[in-house]
Design a protein around this ligand. Sequence first.
Ligand SMILES: Cc1cc2nc3c(=O)[nH]c(=O)nc-3n(C[C@H](O)[C@H](O)[C@H](O)COP(=O)(O)OP(=O)(O)OC[C@H]3O[C@@H](n4cnc5c(N)ncnc54)[C@H](O)[C@@H]3O)c2cc1C
Length: 394
Amino acid sequence: MGSVVDAVVVGGGPAGSSCALQLARAGLTVTLVERATFPRRKVCGEYLNSGAVAALDRLGVLNDVRAQAYALRGVRLVPPRASSVELPFTGGALSCERETLDAILLRAAVYAGVTVVHGRVEDLLRDRERIDGVWVRNDDGTAYEVRARWTVGADGCGSIVARQAGLTRGSWRLPRFAVGGHYTGFGDLGGFVEMYVGAGAYFALNPLGQNRTNVMVVMPKTALATWSGFVDEGVAGKAAELGRGHRSFAKAQRIGARAAIGPLAHSVRAPIAGGAVLIGDAAGFLNPFTGQGVFLALRSAENAALAIVSAARNRVCESSAFADYANERRADFAARKRLSAAVGWLIDVPLLARRASAKLARQPRLAATLIDALAGVRSPESALTPAVLGELVL
Ligand SMILES: Cc1cc2nc3c(=O)[nH]c(=O)nc-3n(C[C@H](O)[C@H](O)[C@H](O)COP(=O)(O)OP(=O)(O)OC[C@H]3O[C@@H](n4cnc5c(N)ncnc54)[C@H](O)[C@@H]3O)c2cc1C
């Protein structure tokens, strides 16, 4: 490619496209490398929490997204041995198919001046200790380099940028897998996401329209391995088990391809290295149960773009701008992990689940605290205080 750009962004998901867009709007030259041909499918529950919706608004793409999205009212949680509870969303949560959302964001990036190239990043370029670009392999097997002052790893769970920068950390948890797709035949869910939980697995229904539903089953790999050749039956069986009669697949029909992904695990030592920043899932993957992924992708993209623009304009030196980004990300991510774990306990332990669902049904203020903390409307710590946790379970 010859010349050196200010930034090369690897990956055109919500993190990559939105970061590239903000860098280009700030006047930087940006190349985005994406291995998939858009519009492309992404395995996801396709729920956008109100924090993600607010971030899309700041990017100026919310009207385009809203025109193709579906307004959500809340989540109906069905724990294993407790009554179900409806938690209303406090802000404007949406559901939007990822083919649509990601294409809107990538188009906006192109419109802002980002050069998008199709290819697979295979390695990083280095100048002594510093990363200064990437090696890209084309579909025809030829390879070329893109040199850049800054490299942004937005290549999702299992990021090659994280791995080649030596930032990936092994995970000790048993990995889980997700299988699902789009279905008709579940009828009107009334604008509620439904989550059925039990035994380390969950089954989620997210309405994408009047008669179109995102269905996702997330479970340990061992269960998936037994479905060989009968995956649709396996999904329906697991969903029936977790749904405990609340929902049936009797009239459900899959539209389009089945989607499967795993292992759902990716962890990094740090989200920065000399000349490189990791954002979105590449900077660490959070259990998808609480639906914070797209919000976190957009938020980390926003913060990383601020750090890169500050360094580019010599407002602060790169190491200090990147360290600020890394510290904020680490603290926020750790708190969100604790919050997800706390929600997991509240659902998995029958006594806690019974108490928490009764309290949440009776006390809308408590439910709003939890929903807002998960959506980034307030800090995750605000739902992790002894007062809030005590109120939920005592
Ligand atoms: C089962 C499941 C359900 C989920 N449900 C929700 C939900 O309901 N709501 C929510 O907010 N989040 C959800 N998430 C999380 C959400 O999908 C992710 O957090 C989000 O997609 C992260 O965005 P990203 O841009 O970081 O990565 P991605 O969306 O994964 O984008 C990464 C991009 O990088 C490209 N890429 C990868 N490697 C290379 C390479 N070597 N070279 C070039 N390009 C490359 C990929 O093709 C892809 O386009 C869910 C996740 C899973 C697995």
